[in-house]
Design a protein around this ligand. Structure first.
Ligand code: HEM
Length: 74
């Protein structure tokens, strides 16, 4: 899966902003996970997360519902 995961494409015309985008993603995901507890609500099940593959890989439900609960900070 890792070898076929090419969101920024490859080759001489691949994404010029790849390093910046990866840095931003790490920063934002880290910030969100530090501040929020992420919970899968009852409608998010193994079944709803099963993958469907046509042009894009997507969950069969075409969505991933998540709850973000603010963590208590001192
Ligand atoms: C998650 C974020 C991003 C994704 C998934 C993404 C993905 C892509 C893809 C698939 C291409 C086309 C490559 C090709 O034609 O083979 C592309 C091109 C490009 N991207 Fe991104 N990109 C992202 C963020 C950014 C950012 C943050 C910048 C700039 C700050 C950027 C700048 C560019 C440029 C300039 C090109 C054209 C490169 C060229 O044609 O030589 N991208 N990107």
């Amino acid at each position: 899966m890792k070898a076929n995961f090419l969101p920024f494409s490859v080759g001489p015309r691949n994404c010029a902003g790849m390093n910046l985008a990866n840095l931003e993603l790490r920063l934002h995901i880290g910030t969100i996970l530090r501040k929020y507890e992420v919970i899968a609500p009852p409608q998010t099940t193994r079944e709803s997360l099963k993958m469907e593959e046509y042009f894009f890989l997507t969950p069969t439900s075409h969505k991933i519902d998540l709850l973000f609960k603010r963590k208590l900070t001192l």
